[in-house]
Design a protein around this ligand. Structure first.
Ligand code: COA
Ligand code: NAP
Length: 276
């Protein structure tokens, strides 16, 4: 797809930007001329992504390894990004973890792990980035999920966490608006070939049913989500803040219905088998 946005002289940080949807976003900002920083836990994934960002035309690329669950490491990471790149024009916060599990079968720590990564991780990222955001003009984008407003069986942890992520978006749009900082959430639908989609549709039957349930008749791809982020990061979105933008092929209009039911059925069968 031709790049229609120009992010020359802009600085972008994508947290959790080393695989899947978020890496796709980082690569599109790179191709549009931005200097791009990425961060995630794995140094190998970080290094591989930085090489790809450079190859795609980033004005500069930087990668740092940290875990969003560790607020001090996140703060140190943003200080390093600022030292190299200066103030941030665009921040994408997308680190997340997910696995399907019924609430009754999940340990307390399993539930908390997803809350710690998705929800606490988001507020750690927001607070650490805050001193370094361009004022006025910065654009923050949180990568949320349909679980924020649709209940899915086997997803109580993610539903709780992502609903919180979107409430952080709405609240910070009030708190930071007067400084000229915009913040929005982007909600990808089911995105083809990604880790998230593989975890939620682990068999061809589930994937087929899931695809059938999407009104636009196909899974999304990483570029669909990146396009929305380029728009929200640009001046064309200068009066958009506090919104939750679904990039989901109208999945929301149909609800979680059959997909959630299939997942619930699968997990209950597995749980019953385990219990003998
Ligand atoms: N079902 C039930 N519980 C599970 C589980 C599953 N499929 N996978 C992990 N858990 C539990 C673990 O048993 C552990 O709980 P316990 O201490 O009571 O045994 C807890 O969750 C933490 O697991 P651990 O493997 O120590 O966490 P981690 O910090 O190493 O990894 C995850 C975090 C579990 C979210 C891991 O899947 C991950 O790193 N995910 C990132 C990629 C991803 O999820 N991509 C999709 C994004 S939508
Ligand atoms: P993915 O490929 O697994 O990407 C997750 C990214 O987050 C990776 O870069 C990972 O790198 C990083 N990460 C995970 N835990 C982290 C932690 N504790 N600290 C720092 N970084 C961490 O997943 P994806 O499927 O593309 O999903 C990306 C985003 O889209 C997520 O926010 C997800 O909720 C959302 N989403 C996805 C779908 C979908 O269909 N895939 C649908 C709706 C919403 P490391 O392993 O190196 O840490």
């Amino acid at each position: 797809m031709a790049t229609t946005f120009d992010f020359n002289n802009k600085t972008v940080a994508v947290i959790g930007g080393t695989s899947g949807i978020n890496r796709g976003i980082a690569e599109r900002f790179a191709a549009a001329g931005a200097q791009v920083a990425v961060a995630s836990r794995s140094q190998d994934k970080v290094d591989d992504t930085v090489a790809s960002l450079k190859a795609r035309g980033a004005a500069a690329a930087l990668g740092i390894a940290f875990d969003v669950r560790d607020p001090e490491a996140v703060a140190e990471g943003f200080a390093k990004i600022h030292e190299s790149f200066g103030d941030l024009d665009i921040l994408v916060s997308g680190a997340a973890g997910n696995f399907p599990a019924l609430a009754a079968d999940m340990s307390v720590n399993a539930f908390k792990t997803v809350i710690d990564i998705d929800l606490m991780g988001t507020i750690h990222v927001m607070k650490a980035a805050y001193p370094y955001l361009t004022r006025p003009g910065a654009s923050i984008i949180s990568i949320s999920a349909p679980q924020s407003y649709l209940p899915y069986e086997g997803q109580s942890h993610v539903c709780a966490a992502k609903a919180g992520v979107d409430q952080i978006t709405r609240t910070l749009s009030l708190e930071w608006g007067l400084e000229g900082i915009r913040i929005n959430s982007v909600v990808p639908g089911f995105i083809d070939g990604t880790e998230g989609a593989k975890r939620l549709a682990p068999s061809p039957e589930v994937l087929k049913g899931l695809t059938r349930s999407i009104p636009l008749g196909r899974l999304g791809d990483c570029d669909d989500v990146a396009n929305a982020c380029l728009f929200l990061g640009s001046d064309m979105a200068s009066y958009i803040s506090g919104t939750v933008l679904a990039v989901d092929g109208a999945l929301y209009q149909r609800g979680s219905g059959s997909t959630g039911e299939m997942m619930g059925h699968m997990l209950r069968a597995a749980s019953a088998q385990k219990k003998g």
